[in-house]
Design a protein around this ligand. Structure first.
Ligand code: COA
Length: 256
């Protein structure tokens, strides 16, 4: 399922316009997600222009899910070129973080990467067989398992319920394809090539992409710093939107 040809025309997105010359952000969601994995605090970040997209095959976008991270990168780059976005901070969550890292590593230079914000992600994203096989054998049960892993015990039940519902509304083939794509992702040996200023954000109680992954990113990416959000799980930006908004704003002040 390569998806470059489905690319830009079918991407659904929302746009929050900030001042001319101000920061431009592109928010890229994770496996089986949609643009609503991002809280309003980031989708409408004060002082910034923010594009929040549904990847191909997700949410309200057309096309099909991709079977490689590079396929998603092509779709995002084509989307940004169509909108004439020449330079942006790429903000990725989980699989979206894999897309952001790969975009920064691509030599195409078609879109300038002003910075990277890598949220609850890693340089390798192996996936537990219980999730991968489970999506194929019993999607509802797998969605239950993913939901259990994705949220901290403190997360409000309304948020968790909404997350479960969004996941169950997704196409199981797309969700499986995303996790299989994550399972193959590995840029561990290439992190030193990332030249963009990078902010790494990690929830302290995230079992899907543990703090160890964030530390590794910060050790290997030359211009990286990291913030651990205490008590947050994998959906850190929905669980603690105010905190994540604050650290992103501080990061932007340093690079714009
Ligand atoms: N950054 C730093 N270290 C990493 C890493 C990353 N992104 N990914 C893996 N590693 C480390 C592991 O901690 C492990 O270190 P260790 O040998 O000191 O324990 C080593 O690299 C090998 O790990 P991994 O590649 O994951 O293989 P594995 O066979 O040990 O484990 C799984 C495979 C699937 C059991 C494991 O990755 C896991 O439990 N994943 C569950 C979480 C999940 O499904 N997340 C979904 C992400 S989308």
């Amino acid at each position: 399922m390569p998806c470059a040809e489905t690319a830009s025309g079918e991407i659904f997105y929302t746009l929050s316009r900030g001042p001319a010359g101000g920061p431009v952000l592109v928010l890229v969601h994770g496996a089986g997600g949609t643009r609503l994995h991002w809280p309003g605090e980031l989708r409408r970040l004060p002082g910034a222009t923010v594009y929040t997209l549904d990847l191909p095959g997700h949410g309200r976008s057309g096309g099909r899910g991709c079977d490689t991270i590079e396929g998603y990168v092509e779709a995002v780059v084509a989307f940004l070129q169509r909108l004439r976005v020449e330079r942006a901070v790429i903000v990725g969550h989980s699989m979206g973080g894999a897309i952001a890292q790969t975009l920064a590593l691509s030599s195409s230079g078609q879109v300038g990467v002003a910075g990277l914000v890598l949220i609850a992600t890693g340089a390798r994203l192996r996936v537990a067989p219980a999730i991968l096989d489970g999506i194929r054998s019993d999607f509802e049960q797998a969605a239950e398992l993913i939901t259990r892993f994705a949220w901290s015990p403190e997360a409000p039940s309304s948020l968790v319920e909404r997350g479960r519902k969004t996941l169950l509304e997704a196409d199981p083939d797309v969700v499986w394809g995303d996790f299989a794509t994550c399972d193959r992702f590995d840029v561990i040996d290439r992190l030193g090539e990332i030249r963009s200023p990078t902010l790494v954000v990690s929830g302290s109680v995230d079992p899907l992409t543990p703090v160890k992954y964030a530390r590794f990113l910060v050790e290997r990416i030359p211009q990286a710093r990291y913030v651990i959000v205490e008590g947050a799980g994998h959906m850190v930006m929905l669980e603690q939107p105010g905190k994540v908004m604050q650290v992103v704003q501080e990061f932007l002040v340093g690079i714009y």
